[in-house]
Design a protein around this ligand. Structure first.
Ligand code: MRU
Length: 366
């Protein structure tokens, strides 16, 4: 997508052995890049959320494996070294399926490479494929989702379609386009009037920091709301449709996404508002069916809850402040699971599926 008229992806190979990312830890206050040259640097960047979002951490893990191959390609114990690097990358964030999916795809490609040259070329080729495919799948999700927005727009006779989204599942969370926001961009670019309610998404505030920044740079009308406002807006007819992303989706259509998503799905159901999860097939975990039981939910440090970070206008710099008494215990669950019964449909690169085992199977294994 464009930033000040120039097209950017969130990750790219700047030069051999140097992977460049947009440093999302600095947004929205500064637009700057970070260069990563070792698999350990990549793992740290994922863990510390210099880059984040399901699809992007998948692509980042693929590039982490590429950087690992550059180090170990000529080692006699290449397979063992790569196994350890793969485990370190996968351990950075446990909920996102894309991470292990991408590492697995890299390992399968590398297994077919015999010489150091083959390994280097195979790693570069496969990481590039994963990256390009992520962007292409997200673009297609946008085209399928645009139909849903177009239908509502027709029903509303051109009045703006009000879309609620949680966290950031826009282009910053993927290589390009995004998932939940891709239909919004596709509709907006076609001239359909839209407006997005952006949940702030405590505690990391991806909505406030990233989604507002993205939508603002694209010119999409939007309004930032505290996390607990959505239900009220739905009761008053001010939300037409909900789009969220997913970090891991079960074969039966249960959707793990940023903490708080489940509550929005409950409110949407109570108010008869369609609730869609948008995700590329790389997010689907075909081996599990019960998301509440089987999806590992990432728990992060309590300081993310006890402190808030923002821009200190007077000092002209970023600042962090404690928002509770010192030593208050705090829990920080990164994700929750929305059961398939609350999901109106799942939007993928192949189109729209009912959120059910049959629906997903028909789209992928028919
Ligand atoms: O913790 P994050 O910022 O990586 O979480 C991002 C989300 O929860 C997104 O909604 C999710 O990754 C699905 S779409 C990228």
């Amino acid at each position: 997508m464009n930033v000040d008229g120039k097209h950017f992806r969130t990750i790219w190979l700047e030069s051999p052995g140097c992977v460049r990312i947009i440093d999302q830890a600095l947004l929205p206050h500064a637009f700057a890049f970070m260069d990563l040259r070792t698999p350990a640097e990549m793992a740290r960047a994922i863990r510390k959320m210099h880059l984040r979002g399901a699809g992007l951490i998948g692509a980042a893990a693929a590039w982490g494996m590429y950087l690992a191959v550059l180090r170990h390609a000529a080692s006699r114990d290449f397979a063992d070294q790569m196994k350890a690097e793969a485990a370190a990358l996968i351990a950075t964030r446990p909920t996102a399926k894309n991470l292990e999916w991408a590492v697995d795809r890299m390992q399968k490609a590398l297994a077919a490479c015999a010489t150091p040259e083959d390994r280097r070329a195979g790693a570069l080729r496969t990481a590039t494929e994963i990256t390009d495919e992520d962007a292409d799948f997200c673009r297609r999700i946008g085209l399928h989702g645009r139909e849903l927005i177009r239908d509502i727009s027709k029903r509303k006779k051109g009045e703006p379609v009000n879309i609620l989204t949680h966290c950031n599942a826009g282009w910053l969370a993927f290589v390009d386009y995004g998932t939940a926001l891709s239909p919004v961009y596709a509709a907006f670019d076609e001239g359909i009037p839209v407006h997005v309610w952006v949940d702030e998404t405590r505690p990391r505030n991806q909505g406030a920091f990233l989604t507002t920044w993205e939508l603002g740079h694209h010119g999409v009308p939007h309004t930032l709301i505290p996390d607990n406002v959505g239900g009220h807006l739905m009761q008053h007819g001010r939300v037409d449709i909900v789009f969220v992303g997913s970090d891991r989706t079960t074969a039966a259509g249960d959707v793990a996404n940023k903490i708080g998503t489940y509550l929005k799905a409950l409110a949407a159901r109570d108010n008869g508002i369609p609730f869609y999860a948008a995700l590329p097939s790389s997010t689907i975990d075909w081996d599990i069916a019960d998301g509440v039981r089987d999806i590992v939910i990432e728990e992060r440090g309590s300081e993310e809850v006890r402190f808030m970070t923002g821009w200190d206008e007077a000092a002209g710099k970023s600042a962090s402040v404690r928002i509770c008494p010192a030593n208050t215990p705090a829990a920080n669950y990164g994700f929750d699971v929305t059961p398939a019964r609350l999901v109106t449909g799942i939007l993928t690169e192949r189109g729209l599926a009912p959120a059910s085992a049959e629906g997903l199977r028909a789209l992928y294994h028919a």
